[in-house]
Write a protein that binds this ligand. Sequence first.
Ligand SMILES: NC(=O)c1ccc[n+]([C@@H]2O[C@H](COP(=O)([O-])OP(=O)(O)OC[C@H]3O[C@@H](n4cnc5c(N)ncnc54)[C@H](OP(=O)(O)O)[C@@H]3O)[C@@H](O)[C@H]2O)c1
Length: 236
Amino acid sequence: MTLLSGRRILITGISRGVGLETARLFLAEGAEVFGVSRDPGRLERARRELDPSGERLRVLAAELTAEGAPARIAAAVKERWGALDVLFNNAGVQLDGGTRGISAASEETFRDSLGVNLVAPYRLCRALLPLLALGREPRLVNVSSGAGNFESMRLTDIPSYRLSKFALNGLTLLLAGELAGKVSVNAFDPGWVKTDLGGPNAPGSPVESARGALALVTLPFEVSGKFWKDGAEIPF
Ligand SMILES: NC(=O)c1ccc[n+]([C@@H]2O[C@H](COP(=O)([O-])OP(=O)(O)OC[C@H]3O[C@@H](n4cnc5c(N)ncnc54)[C@H](OP(=O)(O)O)[C@@H]3O)[C@@H](O)[C@H]2O)c1
């Protein structure tokens, strides 16, 4: 018996990094996966690598900040399953690498960071809540970052990224309260890992992030409104 057999899971940002490895592990554990990312070529490569037969993985190319994207994704999930068990909001960007301080960051970087890392998951949650309501022990995971915890707000580098993840943690808490007993809602820190976003100097691998993600989505359903890393609770 695999840990996720029969679970219907939507993963955003599936084409590479944390999303790709999480999908690989979730599929190995028996899940059915719906994957979303924006670049069609990278997405198709990931699909072929993860499940060439297409039996348990379907994909949809979508720019998550586009106006109609959440409705399009919800329609595709509804058509495939008619319900959703896990929404794994993983797609994210880190756009202000060299910037120190909010006053130095461009307004465009600020807007785009919050657009992908906060507004897109907010809109996707809202579009998918009706399908989660029909799911079995439904769960929502927001992939956040240690860079967005409360203590990190005292630091000056990557300000837009930090703020977007701090706000995503806030969204997690708001939804956990609102949906208590109906949908389990948690934030997840995948750790600093080698990906295009994490960079080559990161100490960890996204394979380790995937193990942490599996630990989180297999916690008792009642666990909600918390922040997790490597299977352990961490402070917001
Ligand atoms: N890596 C780390 O060290 C680290 C640490 C803490 C938290 N995180 C978080 O973990 C998550 C995954 O990060 P990663 O390191 O795996 O990043 P990554 O390797 O850069 O991959 C990002 C993924 O998100 C997708 N994506 C980005 N913007 C999108 C948009 N507007 N619409 C649709 N898809 C979009 C990308 O799709 P395309 O391929 O189509 O562009 C890609 O699949 C992020 O939320 C990140 O903030 C990562």
